[in-house]
Ligand binder design. Structure first.
Ligand SMILES: [Zn+2]
Length: 338
């Protein structure tokens, strides 16, 4: 089969499109013919070496496809079944798995990092990770797990956003940010979207954002001006060390911050007095549950969540896809088609 693979970690140029051996399904595994694979930061981190992988390695975590073959012990799955891959790998037996918190599993991994992923014509995944695609189209499906599933986990599962909340979304034009804007609007919240560049304003407004602010040193003042001096009730922060302190400055008393990852440094100085005196809640979010994914799939089928596809590139252009995601020019999702 053809795949986009790297032999040593590095920049986008280490991805090469080549002929590799077809995967074979082992016990409890299936082989899928990949329809589309979403491109995410997690793929970039696998490629760059920030996340450890075996070598050579095929990245790709967000996979829609069709079942080709099943290994021993797989029941209830037929060749031709259209499926979406739930990307969290877990042992099913540790203390967290027994609580149903697979994304906290002691031996947690992700498809496309712990295993070869979807930048390929064929991919091998555990049968337990398949979710029937139903009426969802494969392009929309491949946009959902990492971005929409995680946004749902943060805004619904952790922050409990509802009508009356005002949600500040950092990096609102990117894959995760554009999902968060849509999920927050679906929940009835008012959304203030932060963009790095004025030219992205039109895009985030088209997603439903009520106000757009361009990232600047006086961001917290701008946000307070938009909220009668109070601040927002929820911040959706996936930037990390560079933004945490500003995120807290933007929060109203009793506000909640969800932290879903980082694209900047991992360290930040936090004014602890604000956290306790104003009863702020800081919540970490890592990945998504199967239920989170099912919820966004259902809303995508009915058109209430609509991933915006910025580029759908051939698999041979995996390098270009990574360059686009890393350049921050992206507005919505980048996909690869084998
Ligand atoms: Zn476990």
């Amino acid at each position: 089969m053809k795949a986009a693979q790297f032999e040593t970690p590095g920049g986008p140029e280490v991805l090469s499109y080549k002929e590799v051996r077809d995967p074979e399904a082992g016990p409890s595994e299936v082989v899928l013919r990949v329809s589309l694979c979403g491109v995410n930061r997690i793929d970039v981190w696998a490629r760059s070496g920030r996340y450890k992988t075996s070598l050579p390695h095929i990245p790709g975590t967000d996979i829609s496809g069709e079942v080709v073959s099943s290994g021993p012990g797989v029941k209830g799955t037929m060749p031709g079944d259209r499926v979406l891959v739930y990307p969290v790998l877990s042992d099913g037996s540790c203390v967290y798995c027994r609580q149903g918190r697979l994304n906290l599993c002691l031996s947690r991994g992700f498809v496309g990092v712990a295993t070869d992923g979807g930048y390929a014509e064929l991919v091998k995944v555990p049968a337990a990770n398949l979710i029937p695609m139903g009426d969802l189209d494969p392009e929309t499906a491949a946009c959902l797990p990492v971005n929409f599933g995680t946004a749902w986990n943060g805004l619904v599962g952790k922050a409990g956003v509802s009508r009356g909340d005002t949600v500040l979304v950092w990096g609102a034009a990117g894959g995760l940010g554009h999902a968060a804007v849509q999920v927050a609007k679906h929940l009835g919240a008012t959304v203030i979207a932060v963009v790095g560049d004025e030219r992205k304003s039109g895009f985030v407004k088209s997603l439903g954002a009520d106000s757009v602010v361009v990232k600047s040193v006086d961001l917290a003042e701008k946000v307070r001006a938009l909220t009668a001096g109070l601040g927002v009730s929820v911040v959706f922060d996936h930037v990390g060390g560079d933004t945490w302190s500003t995120s807290l400055d933007c929060l109203a008393k009793g506000g909640r911050m969800v932290s879903l990852g980082l694209t900047s440094g991992a360290k930040s100085e936090v004014d602890v007095r604000r956290v306790y005196q104003d009863e702020l809640k800081l919540m970490g979010v890592y990945g998504q549950s199967r239920e989170d994914l099912r919820a966004v799939m259902e809303l995508a089928v009915s058109g209430r969540l609509k991933p915006a596809v910025y580029r759908n590139l051939p698999l041979s252009s995996a390098r270009e896809a990574h360059e686009i995601v890393e350049s921050r020019e992206v507005q919505g999702k980048v996909l690869l088609s084998p």
